[in-house]
Design a protein around this ligand. Structure first.
Ligand code: ATP
Ligand code: MG
Length: 160
């Protein structure tokens, strides 16, 4: 299936808009021009974006949630950035583990089950993509998710 990540990102953002408004956050979207179509599963892709946006909104008390898409010769990259509570550096290696949640006290405050990122990671792997995180406590968090434009992805990919 050929999919349009710009369209999928727009749809995911639309679904989050009411929560963003409710929290008084500022949602910025920068969709690069001429993002090429890639091979993938549209529903899985939207689930990834929704899980990432859900976190960005949930763990941000004020400021911005920024979504951007850009492409180069080899890949399309989706970036989700927030000005939220951040993640301590020593917890980053465990972030994509099932049921992993940062700090017990924080978990009580924010709810959640600790599955969102492990599911997103699995769906990204299935589509030949990669996810990278960088974060500073009290400043914010940035996730970059990239998908290759061509290559082994097509052999690895199984229809849905
Ligand atoms: P679920 O997504 O299943 O409802 P969850 O949000 O706790 O629950 P994950 O999405 O897997 O689980 O995230 C794991 C942990 O990583 C969270 O508990 C949270 O502490 C931390 N985290 C994830 N995204 C962010 C973010 N954007 N800013 C700060 N902390 C984050
Ligand atoms: Mg989550």
């Amino acid at each position: 299936e050929w999919i349009d990540l710009t369209e999928i990102a727009r749809s995911a953002v639309r679904k989050m808009e009411w929560r963003v408004k409710e929290k008084g956050l500022n949602l910025q979207a920068n969709y690069g021009s001429d993002i090429p179509l890639i091979r993938g599963d549209g529903l899985r892709m939207e689930q990834i974006f929704i899980n990432m946006l859900d976190n960005a909104v949930r763990y941000t008390e004020s400021g911005d949630v920024t979504v951007s898409l850009h492409s180069d010769a080899n890949q399309v990259t989706m970036t989700i950035e927030d000005t939220g509570i951040g993640i301590p550096e020593d917890e980053l290696p465990f972030l994509f583990d099932r049921f992993y949640r940062v700090e017990k006290s924080r978990s009580r405050q924010y709810g959640g089950t600790g599955l969102g990122l492990s599911i997103a990671k699995k769906l990204i792997d299935l589509q030949g993509g990669e996810i990278h995180v960088s974060s500073t406590t009290g400043v914010g968090t940035r996730f970059d998710i990239c998908f290759p434009l061509s290559g082994s992805q097509e052999e690895d990919y199984e229809e849905g």
